[in-house]
Design a protein around this ligand. Structure first.
Ligand code: NAD
Length: 245
């Protein structure tokens, strides 16, 4: 298996779902891992949980500094994963909702990267992995704002890969399909008949089941690892064949 011994990693939104599975996997592969989250209580030892809000620049700068400090003054891997959802057509979300979702999903990744880049520059194995989504390119119904935010994450990933390739910093993203996380659990719980909704959701997947958080984490761990030393500016779909690219 891919090993990450001696590497220092930071995962945003690492207290739940895909981020938590990623933080746990990076740690299991030998990395020292800090988690930035609005509610870090889900990140238990050996993960270093730090409270931070990616929509607040001062909070991000303090959180990244605290994480690097607790990781022994170094940083090799940044996983920009924190994100929030939005449901509806372009008519359903008002300006406040647009500002909020873009602030967390897009600016959150830009802010955290800005705070982390000076540290990553000093690493011999620097990698950034962004959690994007198949929504970036799939044209999903009822996801106008969310899709726009993930389209921006995809473009940001490609632009950052170009900007930092000469510095030895790789930047990639993963595009999960619908993944079995507390996020999807919350969406299902809000349905009239959660069990029927879950069965219908499974049936819509080409593999007849949702992607697991651990499967997305494995892709992130690969892109973050020295095994992917020549891989930058890519989007790796982990979607059970959903998008058919
Ligand atoms: P989740 O809700 O289970 O976990 C998200 C975590 O991010 C939570 O711990 C939350 O506290 C944290 N977070 C939210 N806003 C934050 C903020 N402002 N600052 C710091 N932390 C914050 O969700 P998940 O399903 O694991 O999603 C993680 C990422 O995966 C998101 O970027 C999401 O867009 C993406 N994604 C999810 C799916 C899916 O089907 N679950 C599919 C594609 C992409």
């Amino acid at each position: 298996p891919i090993r990450l011994d001696g590497l220092k990693a930071l995962v945003t939104g690492g207290a739940s779902g895909i981020g938590h599975a990623t933080a746990c996997l990076l740690a299991a592969r030998g990395a020292d891992v800090a988690v930035l989250d609005l509610d870090p209580s889900g990140a238990r030892a050996p993960l270093l949980g730090i409270k931070a809000d990616v929509s607040d620049d001062a909070s991000v700068r303090e959180g990244v500094a605290a994480a690097v400090d607790r990781l022994g003054g170094r940083l090799d891997i940044l996983v920009n994963n924190a994100g929030i959802g939005a449901v509806g057509t372009v008519e359903d979300n008002d300006d406040a909702q647009w500002h909020r979702v873009l602030d967390v999903n897009v600016l959150g990744m830009a802010r955290t990267s800005r705070a982390a880049l000076p540290r990553l520059r000093r690493s011999a194995h620097a990698a950034i992995v962004n959690t994007c989504s198949i929504a970036a390119t799939a044209g999903l119904p009822q996801r106008a704002l969310y899709s726009a935010s993930k389209g921006a994450v995809l473009s940001l990933t490609l632009a950052m890969a170009a900007d930092h390739v000469r510095e030895g910093i790789r930047v990639n993203c993963v595009n999960p399909g619908t993944a079995d996380t507390p996020w999807v659990g919350r969406l299902l719980a809000a349905a009239d008949d959660p069990e029927a909704e879950r069965a219908a959701l499974d049936a819509r997947q080409p593999m007849g089941r949702l992607v697991t958080a651990g499967e997305v984490a494995a892709a992130i761990a690969y892109l973050a690892s020295p095994a992917a030393a020549s891989v930058t500016g890519t989007a790796l779909a982990v979607d059970g064949g959903m998008q058919g690219l």
